[in-house]
Design a binder for this molecule. Structure first.
Ligand code: PBG
Length: 326
């Protein structure tokens, strides 16, 4: 009879031993909560496909953000749903636009105790649902869109954003935004670039959350990345860093852990990962059916994203995890 030479199970015997040797420790400090705020409503509205998430009123948003602060979550990222959508998404850069109003409320509420991030894109504000302006032939016009992003960045910075997060995947967006911010003396405002953002089927629930239907093609494959490509993610990331990104993001998260790991191996700036709406909803839906333990799977997935190399994780589980990790 021969015995195993290495006994790797010894260190797994008790919870205390497992805690002692854990390589990855998830903390509320790692989390960013994505939040939705809708113009012109009196009560928060549940988002059916994102159980537990709502479209906030300005008032309910204040309360949610204060609660997140009390739980130790250091940051939120805001998405707005305007009353009126138009071809150029003008609500995104209107000083009275919903996200700008919310940023002012939140700065007043939490001071510098939280990092306020604003998603910088126009799809929530356009009547056609694309992330950029659309030409007569139905193409998304890259360079015309950059001018709009620059204006939106200045509006968000002026309203108090610490971080603007361009998510539209236009070429040159980080440089256009950095230039505009610096011209208006917002040198201190950082850019979190959605650098490697894939055209993913996992954004479905988000589109319900922000009332977006994509006109024409019905997809964003003309500007977001193709999931068959991995090396290209590093090209996107390098380009964004060269243009002035302070932090870069990989999105979605769990299907792209290879790219988070690759980015971590090559980069020394903070890397974010976005555990997106579909990733959240799949866990919630299977949990509701009793097929999986949703709390356990949420912790497992978000920990895995950190283990792969993400420094900050945008997740709809932020509040629940902060409560759990307390
Ligand atoms: C674009 C944007 C999207 C998401 C974040 N920013 C939607 C898209 O690209 O279609 C998706 C986030 C999620 O699914 O949780 N403003």
């Amino acid at each position: 009879m021969s015995f195993p030479q290495r006994r790797l199970r010894r260190l797994r015997r008790t919870d205390a031993l497992r805690r002692l040797v854990a390589e990855t420790r998830l903390s509320p400090d790692d989390l960013v909560a994505p939040l939705f705020v809708r113009e012109g409503i009196d009560e928060p509205r549940p988002i059916v496909s994102l159980p537990g998430q709502v479209q906030h009123t300005r008032e309910s948003l204040r309360k949610e953000v204060a609660a997140l602060r009390d739980l130790g979550v250091p940051a939120v990222i805001l998405f707005g749903i305007p009353l009126v959508k138009d071809a150029n998404g003008s609500g995104a850069s209107d000083p009275q636009g919903i996200v700008q109003l919310a940023l002012r409320d939140l700065r007043d509420e939490v001071g510098d105790d939280m990092v306020l991030m604003a998603d910088l894109c126009i799809d929530e504000y356009t009547d056609h649902g694309h992330c950029g302006v659309v030409t007569a032939t139905g193409e998304v016009d890259n360079d015309a869109t950059l001018e709009i992003y620059a204006e939106a960045a200045v509006a968000q910075a002026d309203a108090g954003a610490d971080v603007v997060a361009p998510s539209g995947m236009m070429d040159g967006q980080v440089m256009a935004i950095r230039d505009a911010l610096d011209d208006e003396s917002f040198e201190q405002v950082s850019i979190l670039a959605y650098a490697a953002k894939y055209a993913s089927g996992l954004y479905g629930p988000f589109r319900e959350a922000v009332d977006v239907t994509i006109a024409g093609s019905g997809h964003r494959k003309g500007y977001q990345q193709d999931y068959r490509n991995g090396r290209e993610a590093m090209e996107e990331i390098r380009a964004d860093i060269a243009e002035g990104a302070d932090m870069v993001m990989v999105k979605p998260a769990v299907t792209y852990l290879d790219l988070i790991a690759r980015a971590r191996a090559e980069l020394d700036i903070p890397i974010a990962a976005y555990h997106v709406s579909g990733e959240y909803s799949m866990i919630k839906a299977a949990g509701e059916r009793g097929w999986i333990d949703a709390d356990e799977v949420a912790l497992e997935q978000i920990t895995a994203v950190k283990r792969a190399g993400a420094d900050l994780i945008l997740t709809y589980f932020a509040r629940e995890l902060a409560e759990q990790l307390g």
